[in-house]
Write a protein that binds this ligand. Structure first.
Ligand code: FES
Length: 77
């Protein structure tokens, strides 16, 4: 299965893939409680690096969408 990381609008990174492992800066592996899993992007989780939905409480806003592949249209900024 291909590993897919989805950047959620105003939320976490959703990680899908059975062959994914998550390691810390020492190379030690985290126990992944369930799959798919979500990584915190807002910095407010009390269970980092995993998302605990705290992003909803802090009204985290991040909604930068990727350009579709092959689309040469300049992005509005
Ligand atoms: S993205 Fe969900 S707690 Fe940070």
């Amino acid at each position: 299965m291909t590993t897919t990381i989805t950047v959620r609008q105003n939320g976490s990174y959703k990680v899908e893939g059975d062959d994914v492992k998550l390691v810390d800066w020492n190379g030690n592996e985290y126990t992944i409680p369930k799959r798919p899993f979500a990584l915190c992007r807002c910095g407010h989780s009390k269970n980092k690096p995993f998302c605990d939905s705290s992003h909803k409480e802090v009204c985290f806003v991040a909604a930068e969408a990727a350009q579709p592949v092959g689309d040469d249209t300049p992005s509005a900024s």
